[in-house]
Design a protein around this ligand. Sequence first.
Ligand code: SF4
Ligand code: SF4
Length: 115
Amino acid sequence: MKTWSCIENCGACCRLDLAERSDLTGVLSNKDIVLINSMRNKDGWCKYFDKSKRNCMIYESRPHFCRVNEFTKTFKDYLKNGDKFLIDCCTQHISSIYGRKSKQMKAFRTAVRKK
Ligand code: SF4
Ligand code: SF4
């Protein structure tokens, strides 16, 4: 069985368009939504995402909803489907941002197979 794993230099989930994030429906508080909207640049990316290095500039103090490993484990879909849910979410994000044949997708597939 595949085990979810985040990969370095991805950040596909740092594009903060809530209209494209059906996985977050019903799990964010109003305070979270206000914070997300304040973090989003006009191009849809988080203002703390370094696009050249593809990493988070505030990694140690990032908000709770950015801590995928902890935050998503309270989701109903995670409780029902476990890591498959997380893998499907990342696959969707990576595919829509970088493409199905991107190096990020290849790295992600390798990472979830290795665990
Ligand atoms: S999309 Fe998934 S693999 Fe990529 S940074 Fe986000 S959690 Fe990590
Ligand atoms: S705070 Fe960091 S981890 Fe969270 S969306 Fe922004 S760049 Fe990504």
